[in-house]
Design a protein around this ligand. Structure first.
Ligand SMILES: Nc1ncnc2c1ncn2[C@@H]1O[C@H](COP(=O)(O)OP(=O)(O)OP(=O)(O)O)[C@@H](O)[C@H]1O
Ligand SMILES: [Mg+2]
Length: 587
């Protein structure tokens, strides 16, 4: 175990176990009492056997002993129940807290973290790793305490009966621990394989079903089917291997237990024949061996859990300790009084050595409508992300009304600035709920008003369920243009002061686009519109051309047309396309 792992276990204990020490101590008392009861009743059985062997048994003494055994067994069971109620329930509560803290740590992270961490990996941490740590906190701690107390009581009682038989009977037990550890480890690895293969199978099937249109269009059904068959075969092979290992577990345990009992029978039988041990004591030994098996097997099992949870704990704490790249003040140092945007000498790169934005400088007055055009991959979306502070620039500064973005709290910033991303994402909820993501307190009337502004209210009201229409996974039940306009409505419902539309009108026809732009004008918010269409940009107050991460031209539409060859070419081409469409509508 590395130093880091040891520190992590100490942190876990301090953070989650220490505050519950009373309950855990109670658990310790319960497990001790339970094992005291179960360690004591074989002694009564032994005495009863001896009394019967002597021929001195009476009905009263038999009844008394039976009652005592019954009470001790009930006591043992009840205390074991209380142990589980305390320790296992506590571990479930800690699991809940751990998951909550893990989620909070994820929520703190910046965009760069999510660029790096695939969703599947994060889901695996949130499920497998937390489950492994829970196993340590609950079952591992409980079985360790159980093993310790059972072993202590039973050993003392066995030694008081006959040290030699005790020593011989214990000989095979370390092998029990070792074989549970070995087989347990193999079972664990095999079941991990089964789980991984199953999730791969499910993940692939899910992707295939969500991309069913592409699969049909490219006639890939046969390929998908054969892939599914291959994956299913791998899954069944792993499952059979797991079943074989599980089947091996019990017989090998029974073999070792049987050999221990055989030794007791041989050595103990010899002692009884020699008259140095009573038959009752021999009977007690048999019961004690039975009682020791599971606690000893638990040693191997617990060792496996500790190893697994150590690895999981390291992974969880590594993420929980990760400092978010961006930090936001709790409260804004100063609120902007105007909503002008300043961008001074901003440079940015995602990875070292590959600049995406270089020395970008502009100033946009409050209420301005600004168009940004540029070739594919020139950094338009990146600039939008920087303006919404999803990333911080490597150098330079961005301000709103002369207040640097870093001085605003996350809440204030998100209320002020809203992005409609290039690929609209809708949740599989109703339209109203999707819109309310932008403002949870919006009334139905406000939701409807936002839909009207985004020119989609009429279409929504024509759906049978209207606002309560469920849009399907990622909005699959809607058209591309409908999805885009819902994403705009979602941004508008929060009444932002600065609106960033990243190619958010590309799937909308020019007439509808014109209406939406007129609605946006009426809101008087500073608006940046990224587009590949000149018709979207030409009515803006200001146009910026972004090429290869640099602003190569800015000014009014007419000015940029005169100064930027990229803009000029794009304009001429689109004019030509437009004329061809008008003159040859059926071509
Ligand atoms: N998360 C990321 N990590 C690394 N590189 C990225 C990341 N996101 C984008 N890039 C790279 O940054 C460059 C600019 O991308 P960006 O999305 O800003 O371009 P864009 O101008 O919006 O293009 P488009 O017109 O296609 O939307 C591209 O070369 C892209 O490959
Ligand atoms: Mg883009």
């Amino acid at each position: 175990m590395t130093n880091q792992t040891r520190t992590n276990f100490q942190r876990l204990a301090q953070q989650y176990l220490a505050p519950r020490w009373v309950v855990l101590a109670l658990g310790g008392i319960f497990v001790t009492l339970s094992n005291l009861c179960s360690a004591y009743y074989p002694r009564i059985i032994g005495q009863t056997v001896d009394t019967i062997a002597r021929g001195a048994a009476t009905w009263e003494s038999m009844l008394g002993n039976i009652t005592a055994v019954l009470l001790l067994t009930i006591g043992s069971g009840m205390f074991m129940f209380a142990t589980r109620k305390t320790v296992i329930v506590t571990s479930r509560k800690i699991e809940y807290e751990l998951r909550r803290d893990f989620l909070a740590a994820l929520e703190r992270q910046s965009q760069r973290f999510y660029d790096r961490m695939p969703t599947g990996v994060l889901m695996a941490h949130a499920t497998n790793d937390i489950a492994a740590v829970r196993e340590f906190l609950g079952p591992a701690i409980m079985y360790s305490a159980n093993t310790l107390t059972t072993f202590a009581f039973v050993l003392v009682l066995m030694l008081s009966l006959d040290p030699l038989v005790t020593a011989c009977a214990l000989l095979p037990l370390p092998f029990v621990a070792l074989s549970t550890y070995r087989i347990g480890k193999r079972i664990y690895i095999a079941s991990r394989h089964v789980q991984e293969e199953f999730s791969e199978l499910v993940r692939h099937a899910q992707e295939a079903f969500s991309g069913i249109r592409i699969i049909r269009a490219f006639v890939r059904e046969g390929y998908e089917e054969s892939l599914f068959t291959t994956q299913s075969n791998q899954y069944i092979t792993s499952n059979l291997r797991l079943a074989r290992l599980q089947a091996l577990f019990m017989p090998s345990m029974m073999l070792l237990v049987g050999s221990s009992q055989l030794i007791v029978l041989l050595v103990g039988g010899w002692r009884v024949a020699a008259g140095t041990m009573s038959v009752g004591s021999l009977a007690q030994f048999f019961i004690y061996i039975g009682q020791l098996i599971w606690p000893i097997a638990a040693i191997g099992w617990v060792t496996g859990i500790v190893q697994r949870s150590a690895a999981s704990l390291d992974r969880l704490y590594a993420i929980m300790d990760e400092q978010p790249e961006l930090s936001f003040p709790m409260h804004s140092a100063q609120l902007p009084r105007s909503f002008a945007i300043g961008c001074m000498h901003v440079s940015f790169r995602y990875v070292p050595g590959r600049p995406i934005l270089e020395d970008v400088t502009f100033r946009l007055e409050e209420g301005m409508h600004v168009g940004i055009v540029g070739p594919i991959g020139s950094g338009k979306s990146t600039l939008v992300y920087l303006l919404a502070r999803l990333y911080d620039p490597d150098s330079g500064a961005i301000t709103i009304g002369n207040v640097p973005l870093q001085m605003l709290s996350m809440e204030d910033l998100r209320n002020l600035v809203c992005v409609v991303p290039q690929e609209p994402f809708l949740f599989s909820m109703t339209i109203a709920d999707n819109i309310r993501v932008g403002n949870p307190n919006a009334s139905d009337a406000e939701v409807l008003r936002a839909l009207e502004r985004a020119e989609i209210a009429e279409e929504v009201l024509r759906f049978p369920q209207q606002l309560h229409t469920v849009v399907g996974e990622r909005g699959i039940l809607l058209s591309g243009g409908q999805r885009q306009r819902l994403a705009i409505a979602r941004a508008l419902v929060g009444q932002p002061r600065i609106l960033l539309l990243d190619d958010a009108l590309s799937a909308v026809d020019t007439a509808t686009e014109r209406h939406i732009q007129a609605e946006l004008r009426a809101l008087h918010c500073t608006t940046i519109i990224v587009s590949h269409r000149i018709s979207t940009i030409e009515h803006c107050d200001w146009v910026m051309v972004l090429e290869n991460g640099r602003i190569t031209a800015q000014g009014t539409h007419a000015e940029v047309l005169a100064t930027s060859s990229f803009y000029r070419t794009l304009y001429d081409r689109q004019q030509l396309e437009h004329r061809l469409n008008v003159e040859l509508p059926n071509a």
